[in-house]
Design a protein around this ligand. Sequence first.
Ligand code: SF4
Length: 439
Amino acid sequence: MDKKYYILTFGCQANERDSETLAGILQKTGYVPAAELFDADIILFNTCCIREKAENKVLSQVGELKELKAEKPDLIIGICGCMVQQEKMAEKIHRRAPHVDLIFGTHNLDQLPELIKKLEETKTPQTQILADLQEIKEDLPTVREVPFKARVNITYGCNNFCTYCIVPYVRGREKSREPQYILKEIKDLVADGVVEVMLLGQNVNSYGKTFDPPVTFAHLLEQVNAIEGLKRIRYLTSHPRDFNVDLIKTISGLAKVCPHFHLPLQSGSNKILQKMNRGYTREHYRELVETVREYVPSASITTDIIVGFPGETDEDFQDTIELVKELRFDSAFTFIYSARTGTLAAKMKDQIPLAVKKSRLQQLMQVQNEISLAINSQLEGQVVEVLVDGCSKKDQAILEGRTATNKTVLFAGSKELIGKFVDVEITDPQTWVLKGKLK
Ligand code: SF4
């Protein structure tokens, strides 16, 4: 009987993409997916360490598998991903969860079959963690979540060192993938039925800077846009420091690049932006938004904002609120600052009390929600093109898809439409979703 695998993925799109590679590697090794965790012969936790809470959650979930491991001694339990890249984390895991068999880092995914083999031969737990990515491994097998959409890595790591963020310490220095590999991967994906790609990197706008001669992200987009059969191109994440007018102009001329700009603001206060080491000012950010709207009038603009960063006064917070009111984002992911051990911000004085952070978050969400609803309401009666992703989690009779502007649309329709582009008339625009009917 085939051995089965189960992967639990925590965190961001980069981790989701790594889990697709892990699934590909396991399937190539002869494993098949398990429907339930308890049926699996190998369970992998692909972890995140952005917040300490996420780590504790993983350790407690791994702890709960102790009994299962006692019942099934051949069960392999592995922990990989960002969490294990932290100093002394492997020792901590061995101490807290001695029933874990494999610990491997974000740069060691390709070694999984070897680690499993060594574990089976020696019956001893295996650990393999590289501090930095030595060389990008091309052509690793992948299993995609859906056949018509794919995530494609274009850079790994990050050089920005925002003072609140652990990513540069765990994912290493930024490395760009050679354009020819990216383009080949996308052409192969399109031949395999993919119509939408998401280009992934911690800061896609600094793509190719280390090449000699450098290749810009704009140039890469032009080449991806030229791939026949591909319909939509998205990218994540943009950094306002490296986002510029040339790139906006290029995007405005590329029909397949979606008119959705996710540009993390993080704070509207120049003092806080500086403390965060973000490398731009509110004035520069405002200019970028104005330029996007000038060249791509149909654009939706979304953002990330952190409230309660150390030293954030009421005035700083009001700067954020004012800028949000002025720039009118389509939506915003809003977060309470939470100190992350190992980052500079965690050591800063003037940490903000939780009650103040919560109250600021509420105020910000209220302002943003009103803006989102007002913007979405303008779509009532309009017909939008939607790529159908699947059924809504809440109601299997309702389909869910996205517009090019990355708005979620819900409507009744047949499952045969999944993976297809359809026109939907918006009948009930809401804050977070647009409800409509098939045209
Ligand atoms: S750009 Fe800043 S927030 Fe984003 S991964 Fe790099 S350090 Fe973290």
